[in-house]
Design a protein around this ligand. Sequence first.
Ligand code: ADP
Ligand code: 5GP
Length: 205
Amino acid sequence: MREGILFVISAPSGAGKTSLCKEIIDFFPELRQSVSFTTRSPRAGEQEGVDYFFVSPEEFRRMVAAGEFVEWALVHGNCYGTAGKSLDLWRAQGLDVILDIDCQGAAQLKKSRAGAVFIFILPPGVDELRRRLTGRNLDTAEVIERRIQNAEGEIREARWYDYLIINDKLEQAAAQLKGVITAERSRSCRVLPTIRTTFPSLRDT
Ligand code: ADP
Ligand code: 5GP
């Protein structure tokens, strides 16, 4: 059995990460989605432990001090972090894990987690990004404006990611994301250790 792969997905808010992750999560039985901790308030319809673990700033600070996060960042005025515990448990069981996190958190993992795969989702353009954020109808005008202002800086970071996917048509972008996951699973460095005992001629690879 191989160790699970970490798929780190970032995008400017409203580009469609959440929609894309929902499209693909049931497609791969051996894929899990990490649930982050945040100090942001729940949006309508969001569920504790499903969308996020919603915690107070004091609890978040305690977790940072206790070293419970593999990465964390201040994003759009709120703290977000990924706890290491379930990530490591899943990966040890051979399950791949998707992390929907911002570029600051992704950059932290780029340094600490060799072998992680970095995927950036782009909207077709800034006007469409604004339309999606407004159409989602979940954030105030002020929050939407702050997210659009932050988008430019986030998009600058796209250059160091392994894969860039433009989410124009959702189905097409989901197919691309599935393709990336499937291809990464087939990398020889990941498959070889699992088949060495089956094929004697591969024992010394
Ligand atoms: P994110 O998680 O990146 O902030 P969401 O997945 O919440 O973004 O998407 C933002 C809004 O855009 C939602 O209303 C969603 O339904 C819509 N959306 C997502 N992908 C597309 C797409 N390819 N075409 C049109 N609308 C989309
Ligand atoms: P939202 O408030 O729209 O759910 O998320 C805002 C931003 O926070 C998104 O860019 C999302 O990817 C990011 N985010 C969510 N969870 C985490 C996390 O655990 N760590 C980091 N660094 N960013 C996160």
